[in-house]
Write a protein of this length. Structure first.
Length: 184
C-alpha cells in the first residue's frame, strides 16, 4: 500500500523554532515564497505584506521560506531574519525556518512544489537577465532565484508558479490568486 504524502503532511519549522506543517492552512489559498534579505528583489517583502493584508480575510496566506541558495543572499540566522523582516518591512505574514529550495539538500516541501509545477509563469526575461551575470541554471524546473512564488489552491494542489521578478501586484499573479479565492 502506497501512502501519499501531501503538502500538508510535510514537517516544517516556524522561524521561532516551533514545529509546524501546512496542515493548519488546509482550505486556504497559499502563496509560498522563498525569500532573502540581501537580494535585489528583497523590497518585494513590502508588496507581499500588502497582498497578505489585502486578501487575508478572503482566505489567502502568504508564507515566507528564507533560503540561502542564491548568491549567499540569506546568510542570517532565523532570529536575524525575523528581526530584519519585522523592523525593515513590518512583515506579519507567517515566516518559516531557513530551508534549501534546490540541490541535494532541497527541502521536501520544495521537492513537491517543483514536482507539481515544474515551469514558472514569466521566467523567460528573468532567466535571460541571470545569464548576463553568468548564471544559467541547467535544470529548467529548478527554482530560479529568490522570491519565486508557488500558488496552492484550497484543495492543497499547486495551481501556479511565478517567476521571481513577478511582484505581488502583477496582474497575472493577482488574477490567479483571485481565481483560487473564488473557489468554494
Amino acid at each position: 500500500m502506497t501512502v501519499t504524502v501531501t503538502l500538508y503532511d510535510i514537517p516544517l519549522q516556524r522561524i521561532d523554532g516551533e514545529n509546524s506543517s501546512l496542515s493548519g492552512y488546509r482550505g486556504k489559498v497559499l502563496l509560498v515564497v522563498n525569500v532573502a534579505s540581501k537580494c535585489g528583489l528583497t523590497p518585494q517583502y513590502e508588496g507581499l505584506e500588502t497582498l497578505y493584508q489585502d486578501k487575508r480575510a478572503q482566505g489567502l496566506e502568504v508564507l515566507g521560506f528564507p533560503a540561502n541558495n542564491f548568491g549567499g543572499q540569506e546568510p542570517g540566522s532565523d532570529a536575524e531574519i525575523s528581526e530584519f523582516c519585522t523592523l525593515k518591512f513590518d512583515v506579519h505574514f507567517p515566516m518559516f525556518s531557513k530551508i534549501s529550495v534546490l540541490g541535494q539538500d532541497q527541502h521536501p516541501l520544495y521537492a513537491q512544489l517543483v514536482a507539481q509545477q515544474p515551469a514558472a509563469t514569466g521566467d523567460g526575461p528573468f532567466r535571460e537577465k541571470l545569464k548576463t551575470y553568468g548564471i544559467n541554471p541547467a535544470n529548467r524546473s529548478d527554482v530560479l532565484w529568490n522570491f519565486e512564488k508557488f500558488l496552492i489552491g484550497r484543495d492543497g494542489a499547486v495551481k501556479g508558479r511565478f517567476s521571481p521578478d513577478i511582484a505581488a501586484d502583477d496582474s497575472r499573479l493577482l488574477a490567479a490568486i483571485d481565481a483560487e479565492l473564488a473557489q468554494a
